[in-house]
Ligand binder design. Sequence first.
Ligand code: T5A
Ligand code: NA
Length: 223
Amino acid sequence: TTSSETKTRGRLILLEGLDRAGKTTQCRLLCDYLISLNGAGSCRVQKVPDRTTQIGQMINSYLASNTTLPDQSIHLLFSANRWELRESILSSLMAGQTVILDRYVPSGVAYSLAKGVDSMSLEWCTAPERGLPRPDLTIFLDIDPENAKLQSTRADFGQERYEVTEFQEKVRECFKKVLAKGALDVGPVFTIDACRTIEQVTADVVRAVDSVVVSGSEVSTLL
Ligand code: T5A
Ligand code: NA
């Protein structure tokens, strides 16, 4: 035993999915579960984008269709917003707190790719994300947008820019490309059928999280 033994770092857990997949619901339930195991303060949820910063407010205004921006510009703003979060994420992890991300880099890449802009290749979209903290695992809450529309609690999509079924179908395909082996290293990826009850989905989310052992005190970076 050494006195220099450091505190175990927190885990970086990413929940991804289409609009209305149930990300925010599952992030909260997972956080409650981890707090019940490890105590108050052992876990927090970070929503991405963080709409509270200046850049976040520009993103919010774009999503609400109050402003227009070139596709490249909004892509880079979403990425810049993640860079703003880097330090607080790392310091939480180093202090032993687990951080659950409600969206992150895969959303950034998938939503931009889905627009089908020639100059915005997978490589172009990924470049500004290199160097950000890498998740220890990624959970993709998969829904079929046509199917999800029929569930009354999910109701209709909201009023935001991307909340259109046809576009969501494209985003779903792009998520699958981005999360495929060899594309973007966001840790082991678990795809969970999110068109079931909240409790069923939570059980699978918890199982996935429990199955990943995080070793080492260093947080990796996205390459
Ligand atoms: N974006 C984001 C980019 O283009 N680039 C980027 O880099 C990033 C980070 C942000 C938008 O920006 C885009 C993607 C998005 O279009 P947001 O702030 O993340 O959007 O908001 P949304 O994803 O739209 O969040 P939502 O709140 O709509 O969806 P959630 O969080 O997936 O769903 P949730 O949990 O809030 O649930 C929605 C409803 O469904 C019910 C809930 O009770 C709630 O009413 N529900 C279920 N109903 C039935 N069965 C279940 N299993 C259910 N789970 C939840
Ligand atoms: Na949400």
